[in-house]
Design a protein around this ligand. Structure first.
Ligand code: MN
Ligand code: MN
Length: 321
């Protein structure tokens, strides 16, 4: 594509014919849809929809993740120009992946937001597409799990996080980024026996039956053995992967609300995510990226790489040949 052609076709997020192909725009310019995918609300023919959930009113400490989707999209421009390294296939050429935009909601009706998220995700799944969410704080994963459960039944949860997020909420009415997986277990959304929490480094004696591979263990056994253990636990179950960016060490993800030292390196996360290719991923999210606390865009870049890995994992089991 020549510069003269480009003048007629930029921005691909708006003008691309169809959904497939790499980006030829300058990485530092143009409309920043996720991975330069077509921005659309029409999911006809779309395989996988990526959508932003800019909600951050359920946090225990620092806010700011409402700005996460925008920052992750911008960082993702660097990943839109060629094949993902080390995967050996080309999801952006072979699959119709769209940016479904950000979810619309009334920021002043907080209690209504979980139902709005559930309906938003259910709409994507009903259209026959897979859904990957860009958060937002971690509370957004509960309504997403409800929507995925309605379509797929109980799923295996694969969670990367410094925190288990399984603290009790007895009457279930709180909207809280620290209780969502307690509720997911209580509601039967996830199969605890097939679920794994990776990178944990906060104390919570009640595991609810989930397998915990804490950060110390990952550092001890290494990424490859961690991935093997994950595959062993989830087996052939349908998997929902929820990646709280604070699963990474604050050195790799400072821009987040509740950072804890001793976490995964970005290299460990990249290796684990690549090595679990073949799991039956049905959906997932990247949450807790908070740009106001970020430095040099480190955390948004990590979020973009994780989201790309989710795209790769989703496409991997559905690829031909
Ligand atoms: Mn966390
Ligand atoms: Mn979390």
């Amino acid at each position: 594509m020549s510069l003269e052609d480009a003048k007629k076709h930029v921005d691909l997020a708006i003008t691309r014919d169809g959904y497939k192909g790499y980006s030829f725009e300058n990485t530092f310019a143009g409309a920043p849809s996720f991975l330069r995918r077509t921005w659309t609300k029409d999911l006809t023919g779309v395989d996988l929809a990526v959508t932003g959930i800019p909600f951050d009113q359920a946090v225990t400490n620092r806010p700011g993740t409402r700005l996460g989707p925008r920052a992750i999209r911008e960082a993702s421009a660097l990943l839109a120009v060629d094949a993902p390294y080390g995967w050996g296939f080309e999801p952006l050429l072979d699959f119709a992946i769209a940016d479904y935009g950000d979810m619309a909601f009334d920021y002043a009706r907080v209690a209504d937001v979980p139902a709005v998220i559930e309906a938003h995700v259910a709409g994507i799944l009903k259209a026959g597409a897979g859904a990957i969410l860009l958060g937002g704080d971690h509370s957004i994963s509960l309504p997403s799990l409800r929507a995925h459960h309605a379509r797929h039944g109980p799923v295996a949860l694969l969670q990367f996080d410094a925190h288990t997020d399984t603290w009790a909420d007895k009457d279930g009415s709180r909207i809280d980024h620290g209780t969502l997986f307690y509720k997911a277990v209580q509601e039967g959304l996830i199969d605890a026996d097939r679920s794994v929490q990776v990178g944990i480094r906060t104390d919570n004696p009640d595991t609810l039956g989930l397998t915990i591979l804490d950060a110390a263990e990952v550092h001890e056994v290494g990424a490859a053995a961690t991935a093997a253990r994950i595959r062993e636990v989830v087996g052939d179950a349908k998997v929902y992967l929820s990646f709280d960016i604070d699963g990474l060490d604050p050195a790799y993800a400072p821009g987040t609300g509740t950072p804890v030292w001793g976490g995964l390196t970005s290299a460990q996360a990249a290796r684990i995510l690549r090595d679990i290719a073949g799991i039956d991923l049905v959906g997932g999210d990247v949450v807790e990226v908070s740009p106001p606390f970020d430095h040099a865009g480190i955390t948004a870049l990590a979020g973009a790489h994780v989201a790309m890995a989710l795209v790769c994992l989703w496409c991997w089991t559905r690829r031909g040949g």
